[in-house]
Write a protein that binds this ligand. Structure first.
Ligand code: AMP
Length: 492
């Protein structure tokens, strides 16, 4: 692995990188930075969110740009307001010691007047959502006739969100000689079509070493009956109290109901979906960011652009219909070089969908058991023991209190007293019932169905074998009693 200083970056940029605490370039940065510095032409890069893609295009972009010229030199398009704002924040940080370039963010859902006013001052870089940019172009508030660089960030997401027409218009109405850099987490046909039609001999930034796949994510699935998924989720949360997670649902209703069920059981959870107003969304996100919420339940659309770096888990309450959505969902964890776990709560009826998805995405899913009540109790008591052992000597207990305690408790042995205290701790837990092993399909031996020598369809070397292989270096599961995999925190 190379260092940032060997990638050809200028001193002011290297200084900013050092201040940000980035020690080594991520794989996509190692690949894209020298390539984009060396050649100003078009490029297509496959990069998932969380892999450091913003700096991968941001650094070469900043190096190519000149001091403020009185016209817009670069335009970066992003699918959501949140992502646009994150890009601006990152660029501001990276450009801290570079030539005073101004970055303006414009996005829908906010008054256009002030954005138009600032845009008329021709900042060097504009970061925009496509719809709002078109509005500003139509008002002639944005002039792009000398644009040198156009970056499409999360191109697949922009197309998913219905921005095709806007993108094509922006691509056509900006100077033909500009360089276009298309970044996308997935390469569906629609993205390829855009690249083919509008990019000239783009250099392809896909690495065979997996720069585009976030290998820090372990992909697991747990077999659970549909109706017990909420309870199973509760068990996962209980078994890993340090977890911070996103739970994906397919519909707004499912999102709201699951969040309410979790809240009722006193989990620090809330919902994020399209029926919320922008201020409500902002409030939920603020609480999540400030760790007041441990778990956020969201729809795919609402979760777009969420940038929280220290998520340990992503749960899939239901699988998405589209495999690309799985990539986007799981990419919310394991950001900035951290490890993360993506767990699919899978009803046996949906096995075929997971099989299809594993094949399409080329990833292996490893089976994980829903944490047992015993696991959760043990984990809880372990923490309790540690907390008690770490306590400062109690100071607030008076002589009278001691006397009263001795009168009532002196007849108990040390073991009896400890046992009662532990039981009191355990009584505070409300562990919900989850059937231990969903019924295997007819003809399949063993409780898990997948454990025989054959896969579910009886074919050797089928997807079941592939799933079992697991992603290798960062397993979240471990073998517990009876050879079943268990799911513990701290094993990542
Ligand atoms: P991105 O994929 O651009 O959304 O980046 C995800 C996060 O990783 C951001 O918070 C960046 O600040 C951080 N990041 C980017 N590059 C590096 C790096 N080389 N080392 C550590 N963190 C990084």
């Amino acid at each position: 692995m190379s260092s940032f200083s060997s990638l050809g970056l200028s001193q002011p940029l290297l200084k900013a990188i050092q201040q940000l605490g980035f020690e080594q370039p991520s794989p996509i940065q190692e690949l894209a930075i020298p390539a984009l510095l060396a050649r100003e032409g078009d490029a297509v890069a496959l990069a998932q969110t969380g892999t450091g893609k913003t700096a991968a295009f941001g650094l070469p972009l900043l190096q190519h740009l000149e001091t403020p010229q009185g016209f817009v030199q670069a335009l970066i398009l992003a699918p959501t307001r949140e992502l646009a704002q994150q890009i601006t924040t990152q660029l501001d940080q990276l450009a801290r010691y570079a030539h005073g370039l101004e970055v303006l963010t414009v996005f829908g859902g906010a008054p256009i007047g002030p954005q138009a006013k600032t845009a008329r001052q021709n900042p060097a870089i504009i970061v925009a959502t496509p719809g709002r940019l078109i509005d500003l172009m139509e008002r002639r508030a944005v002039k792009l006739d000398q644009l040198r660089f156009l970056v499409l960030d999360e191109a697949d997401e922009m197309l998913n969100m219905g921005f095709q027409e806007e993108l094509e218009r922006i691509l056509t109405e900006t100077p033909a000689e500009k360089a276009t850099w298309l970044f996308s987490a997935t390469m569906p046909a629609a993205v390829r079509k855009i690249a083919k039609r509008y990019l000239r001999e783009p250099q392809e930034l896909h690495s065979s070493t997996g720069a585009e796949v976030n290998t820090d994510i372990a992909h697991h699935y747990a077999l659970v009956h549909q109706r017990q998924k909420g309870a199973a989720l509760g068990r996962f949360i209980d078994s890993a109290p340090q977890m911070r997670g996103l739970v994906f649902c397919r519909t707004k209703r499912e999102t709201q109901e699951l969040a309410e069920a979790l809240l009722k059981r006193r989990y620090r959870a809330d919902a994020l979906h399209g029926d919320l107003s922008q201020p409500q969304r902002d409030r939920v996100m603020k609480r999540f960011r400030e760790q007041e919420l441990q778990v956020l339940v969201a729809t795919d659309v609402a979760a777009r652009g969420i940038d929280v770096n220290d998520l340990t888990h992503v749960f899939h309450h239901n699988l998405p219909d589209d495999a690309a959505f799985y990539t986007h969902r799981s990419g919310r964890t394991a950001r900035a070089g951290k490890k993360g776990l993506s767990v699919v709560l899978l009803d046996r009826r949906d096995e075929y969908k997971l099989k299809r998805m594993a094949k399409q995405l080329g990833i292996s899913f490893q089976e994980a058991a829903v944490p047992s009540a015993e696991d959760i109790k043990k984990e809880h008591l372990l923490r309790w023991h540690e907390e008690v052992a770490a306590m400062a000597p109690p100071m607030g207990i008076s002589e009278d209190m001691w006397r009263a305690a001795r009168e009532r408790l002196d007849h108990l042995t040390r073991e009896e007293l400890l046992a009662r205290l532990m039981q009191r701790e355990l009584d505070q837990l409300s562990i919900q019932e989850v059937d231990d092993a969903p019924q295997p399909r007819k003809g399949n031996k063993g409780p898990k169905g997948f454990k025989g020598g054959k896969g579910p369809r009886g074919k050797k070397g089928s997807y079941a074998d592939k799933w079992r292989k697991g992603p290798g270096k960062n397993q979240g599961g471990s073998r517990g009693k009876g050879g079943q995999k268990s799911f513990r925190k701290g094993k990542k």
